[in-house]
Design a protein around this ligand. Sequence first.
Ligand code: DGP
Length: 113
Amino acid sequence: MGCLFCNIVEKKIPAAIVHEDEHTLAFRDINPVAPTHVLVIPKKHVAAMHDTSPADAELLGRLFTAANGVARELGLVDKGYRLVVNDGADGGQSVFHVHVHVLGGRSLAWPPG
Ligand code: DGP
């Protein structure tokens, strides 16, 4: 079975893909909490933010650059959007393959719950 998001990268599990390049994949969250809710992931498996190191600076840069590109492509930048990375149990992480949530299409409350 392996990692759910690796299976999406490998197209073994279907997803509504909105962006793909050599290093990243973006697809719609199966359980959206905003009118636009997309997950952006590195194709390389990294389980969590706390597993990254300075050696992952390029991967993380590509990830956030791709997330911003998705927000732009989906028309979120004029009104604003939010990028979220949940890490570990207290952070609310449920899938252990690093991902950035791109949230937009409504005014988002702060602080989060
Ligand atoms: P997090 O809680 O930060 O680990 O976010 C994981 C997100 O992944 C959660 O918002 C729901 C989403 N998700 C879980 N399983 C699937 C799936 O099979 N397909 C898609 N598109 N999203 C999924």
